[in-house]
Design a protein around this ligand. Sequence first.
Ligand SMILES: [Fe+2]
Length: 383
Amino acid sequence: MSVAKFFIPSVNTLGTGAVDSAADDIAALGFKRALVVTDKVLVEVGLVAKVTAKLTAKGVETVIFDGTQPNPTVGNVNAGLALLKEHDCDFVISLGGGSPHDCAKGIALVAANGGSIADYEGVDKSPKPQMPLVAINTTAGTASEMTRFCIITDEERHIKMAIVDKNTTPLLSVNDPELMLDKPKALTAATGMDALTHAVEAYVSIAANPITDACAEKAFTLISDNLRNAVNNGQDIAARDQMAYAQFLAGMAFNNASLGYVHAMAHQLGGFYDLPHGVCNAILLPHVQAYNAQVVPERLAKVAQFMGVDISGMTDEQGAEAALEAIRALSKDIGIPANLTELGVKEEDIPTLATNALNDACGLTNPKQATHEEISALFKGAL
Ligand SMILES: [Fe+2]
């Protein structure tokens, strides 16, 4: 038996109208001027203006930093931090998907602790809580709006740094499905598969416990039942709402049970080739779980069951295979690319990718620890 620690923001707002409720909460907290960390697309589509207007109406000033790249970099963090200091902001709001949340965590952590974000790579390296962070989510999702995980690309080393730190936990998380409408199909598909990957990796993690299991099991069902609808009709508010809950539940699971080799490997693809996180995860997920089925077939059989497969009469191994099938079918239905070759991944880069994946903190809780050769074989199998 080991001690389970459960991390989550102290207040979490979900459902239609959550963003209005959050504006009231922010005003009540007494903050004066926010650095709003977002990206250019969300500025262009008017979503940033829509949210900042609600804050202005409550007497909260906003300074916009829209320089977050899809895989946020050390340079992005430094640029946002400079703007925060220039305008003397007293808190940070992240508005967007995983990239703005991670970038904002980097900014808020360094604002309070000094140094460079690279100093905090690893687990719980920062001494002090970050500057207060309110995370308003627009995708479902990375769950970064409610986790203690912050992934920042070191653009010089071409790697993603995993900063897993309780001090990066936002103060308040906001999931309003109305902010998730209009998202492109490919983004909805990729982020939804990221959420499924979180749930699966947390479920087979060596740090899983009854709380994280309950969260993951519900996430499997909600994603299996709603992701296709959210992708096919972006305006389906019910599907968007259920996916918001699903990704939040998956976040509760992995924030506390951690992840595995899918993420450890996907981070390297993202850092090396600047590829979308969710797509890398979706492609790697069945490959890594086929490897994990050697040690936890019974857990994977339960994944199949919660995804709606009738596993009665199946052995654990058959159930695990059914889970892989259900995952592949979902990926195919929502248009995820079939393999890493389609993304431009090159076989000659695999030794480096495998070395970096083995250094990623996310792999520590994978149910079977792999050799460099085995990780390389998993990458090759996914080409
Ligand atoms: Fe993820």
